[in-house]
Design a protein around this ligand. Structure first.
Ligand SMILES: [Zn+2]
Length: 469
């Protein structure tokens, strides 16, 4: 038996927000919770001891990428993913189905589940502005980065993020006006979303998904049975059924086909999965109401331990709310996970509708790109997306902590001026300190959110953050 259970400890009276406790064989998860993403078995820039000291309850790792590197068989021989990465708490793994989108249609059309899934948001803010690329990258991180063989640039900088830091470093290392400096900075200094079509690296049939590895060009095949086997080898605690994640650009007919395929694979996932692991089914159906209804009914009728909502959530945040309004009221009291969402305002809206857990690379990824969380007390707002951009010249001599209201190790010790200095110089220390802050911030935010549900003040907290009244 997988020793998995979920208990609802309290419900908000004014919304559908709920306070819960997921029990797994490796510990409990208090919900609502944003699960930090450890794609390759690491929350980038942090060690598992950092996760423990921050109080991280659980993480989510990527089945497909760990299958490729270093290989799930090797991880199994080394005692499973917990032992391999030195993390004792519950681990989620996704099924690899998301890569059907991120390495396939999403890559070909240069769109992500989050960024251009909300093209209205993109056009409203305007291409090229800070923050948008962060969103675009939210779930594309694994396709764009982790799958790649480290480039020469990555090797030089220990696989940290490309972007401004690299540009600055090339200028520093090669001279801004040298031929090599110009070439190299030009190569990586592109601003804003890159609208460049790339090769579709997937082939999808009813049997499964073939992926072309960017590392060596070899094709790898995944189906439900194999995904279950890999997740069993990883020995994670909560696994996902194999699915096909469609794009916001997919039409009705294709979305329907992918949904029916996902339902077949859900059946197979239940049959083949390791019965010591808890398994979540994934609702698909894109942003078509009848398909979402069919998929919700089907997935909820299966003996899954929890229900995840995946796939395209429409063209705007309003569409996402609509998809959730079609879906969530039809579900029973099993835990609900929303794949790939992690902005502050989205979390409020989704928790209010009854979502229990989320996962998103955004908090840690944007930290590495210079966007650091700021609480409302320190000037954070919906308008600045609760971020400051540490690269800004205005922080050059700012002696304040990043967020004077934050008690993380970074804010307790360092000034904005120092962090900006580290960022501008491309110092590796920056990545750790920035990630510590953003993760600590998000964990405390979720804690406050849980406390507000417990105390009956959820809407009060929402209004304080979003200033909706
Ligand atoms: Zn902090």
């Amino acid at each position: 038996m997988n020793r998995f259970s979920f208990e609802i400890l309290g419900r908000d009276k004014e919304t559908n927000a709920r306070l819960g406790l997921i029990r797994t064989r490796r510990g409990d998860i208090e919900t609502p919770y944003l699960v930090p993403v450890a794609t390759l078995g690491s929350v980038r820039a942090l060690g598992s001891d950092d996760l423990a000291s921050l109080g991280v309850q659980c993480t989510l790792a990527n089945t497909y990428h760990l299958h490729l590197k270093p290989g799930d068989e090797l991880i199994k021989r080394l005692g499973g993913l917990h032992r391999f990465m030195g993390f004792a708490g519950p681990l989620f793994t996704d099924s690899g189905g998301f890569q059907a989108f991120s390495l396939g249609f999403g890559r070909e059309h240069n769109i992500s589940k989050i960024g251009n899934i909300f093209p209205q948001e993109l056009s409203r803010v305007g291409a090229g502005q800070e923050g948008i690329q962060d969103e675009v990258d939210c779930r594309v991180e694994d396709s764009e980065r982790s799958l790649c063989e480290p480039s020469e640039e990555d090797e030089n900088l220990d696989s940290i993020d490309p972007g401004e830091i690299y540009k600055l470093n090339y200028r520093r290392d090669y001279g801004e006006n040298s031929k090599e400096g110009r070439e190299r900075s030009g190569k990586v200094a592109k601003k804003g979303p890159k609208i460049v079509k790339k090769e579709n690296l997937t082939r999808i049939t009813d049997d499964g998904i073939s992926f072309k590895s960017m590392a060596d060009g070899a094709w790898h095949f995944l189906n439900a049975e194999k995904s279950m086997k890999i997740q069993s080898n990883l020995d994670s605690d909560i696994i996902m059924a194999f699915d096909e994640c469609t794009s916001p650009l997919s039409d009705y007919e294709y979305t329907k086909k992918a949904m029916l395929r996902t339902h077949d694979w859900a059946d197979q996932s239940i049959r083949y999965h390791d019965k010591d692991q808890a398994i979540y089914g994934i609702i698909q159906g894109g942003w078509f109401e009848d398909l979402r209804n069919i998929s919700t009914e089907f997935i909820a009728s299966q003996s899954f331990d929890g229900i995840a909502i995946g796939g395209s959530l429409g063209n705007s945040k309003q569409d996402m709310h609509q998809v959730l309004d079609w879906t969530l009221p039809k579900l029973d009291d099993r835990p609900r996970h929303l794949l790939g969402i992690g902005e502050i305002d989205d979390i409020f809206e989704c928790v209010a509708r009854g979502v229990d857990t989320f996962d998103c690379v955004s908090p840690t990824r944007i930290a590495r790109r210079g966007s650091l969380f700021l609480s409302p007390e320190s000037g954070g707002s919906l308008q600045n997306k609760f971020h400051i951009n540490i690269k800004s010249a205005r922080f050059k001599s700012d002696e304040l902590p990043l967020d004077p209201n934050c008690s993380c190790p970074t804010c307790r010790t360092y000034s904005r001026a120092y962090l900006r200095h580290l960022y501008v110089c491309g110092e590796l220390t920056y990545f750790r300190l920035a990630t510590l802050h953003n993760l600590h911030f998000m964990l405390r935010f979720m804690e406050d959110l849980r406390e507000s549900i417990r105390a009956g003040t959820f809407l009060e907290l929402k209004n304080k953050w979003l200033r909706t009244i």
